[in-house]
Design a protein around this ligand. Sequence first.
Ligand SMILES: [Zn+2]
Ligand SMILES: [Zn+2]
Length: 370
Amino acid sequence: MGTALQTEDVSQAAVDRTACRSRGVRMGLWPIRYKPQPDELLSSWLVRLAHGHGLKVQTFCNLIFGNRRQVWNRDIDRLAPDWLVETLALHTGTPIEIARKTTLKVFEGTLYPHFHPSGTLLWIQTMKVYHRQREGLGQQYCPACLAADTVPYFRKTWRVSLKTFCLQHGCYLLDRCHACGAPVAFHRVDMDRDETEAAALSRCHRCGEDLSNGPRCPPHIWDEEAFTALSQIIGALDAVTLGEQTPLSPGTLAVLRHLCAMLLGRRRKLRLRAYLSERYGVAEPEVGSRKRSVIESQGIETRHTVLAWSAWMLCSPKERFRQAIANKAVRYNHFFRDFDDPPQWYWDSLRNHPLHRLPASGIGRDHDTE
Ligand SMILES: [Zn+2]
Ligand SMILES: [Zn+2]
């Protein structure tokens, strides 16, 4: 047997280096350990990490998660499986609480009361995932933000229906490629390209156009006061995603969404959309043929218009609700139908209407002649 190793034979620096490497191996730190950018989405972070390693997204995901765990056949920013978030956190040395904040759960308690995995999540744009395809217009972006990024990435607030323009750049968000009209699917950007460097997240996955070249159009201002109100909401959202307190009122958001639903709906005797289109002297915004269309599946133009008109009504609710009823654009009961637990001020704004009755379990039903 050889001589027993004497501890003084080994320098302290070597011991430290080895211990450090050993910790690294145990933690399995990846060579590239990007951290999430401000407001960055989980999916965007994952794609950046793949490309940072010089790998295609699918190759990287197969290596990390194996073939049996499919990543992209779901909306991972919404569903955010623990195994995925924890893996990214562990191997990039990112605190788990920071990693968890890359998901759309960050809006729980602000935009929607409780997270749920299926069905419409209030104010979160739907992706309509079909296998690995994205058929919905759920991923918006600001072309100017993408152009200004050192490495382009996608933000959580770009998934929010309420956000139709970028406060920082004063332009509309876009929800499809300006060159070919494809919905955004940045996880597919490297599929037909050999070089991952040429597959920046800002490229259209279908035609390769740089989305940061998209038009930067100032948002249409239907009414100054309503526009200011929407800007304040967007400003508060931007603050939420960066972890700041928000002055957003759940009751106000609930009313705003209900008015949007009334504007998008196709109920009998409900012609609020036509009424406001006449008021502004424009064609009616394009809405799907469904009886109950939701704001979360609308394209940017319709959404901006419907939000702005709803905000306009909310700036002077008592007067504008009454005008709409008087003009037979809407019935009193429409204000309460499918609306659970409206805030008191909303009740009050309709209080003196002749059809108002309190207390009101099932208010409006007595007067509903549909
Ligand atoms: Zn921007
Ligand atoms: Zn394109």
